[in-house]
Unconditional design. Structure first.
Length: 116
């Protein structure tokens, strides 16, 4: 059994995280640890957060930035570091916060990447 670390941001779709990704991963035998950005944590209903914690048996993390920390990380460098470490990244065009534009997040692509 592998542990899948999920980082969810406030780019739209965080409300679908449980049914779209977490439950399918758990059914496939994975452990799931979730970190929410501070804004995503505000958008997720407390009952949904508790349900994620109940399902995963891990606390859902969401620590705010410390004063003076950069607001916009150097994405290219971070992604390159992750790739160099062998992390599998699934990328897609982000949605505007709280917008879905009728598009579903690529849960199937994410699940396929986890399955190898």
């Amino acid at each position: 059994m592998s542990t899948i670390g999920v980082v969810a941001s406030a780019a739209g779709g965080v409300e679908q995280l449980r049914e779209g990704l977490v439950v399918p991963l758990l059914h496939r035998g994975h452990q799931v640890a979730i970190t929410l950005t501070p804004t995503a944590a505000e958008w997720l209903a407390p009952a949904e957060r508790w349900e994620l914690e109940r399902l995963t048996q891990f606390p859902v993390r969401s620590h705010p930035r410390r004063p003076g920390e950069a607001r916009h990380p150097a994405w290219a460098g971070h992604l390159a570091t992750l790739r160099a470490a062998g992390v599998v990244l699934v990328e897609w065009e982000l949605l505007e916060p709280r917008a879905t534009d009728g598009r579903a997040l690529p849960w199937g692509r994410i699940l396929a990447a986890v399955s190898g």
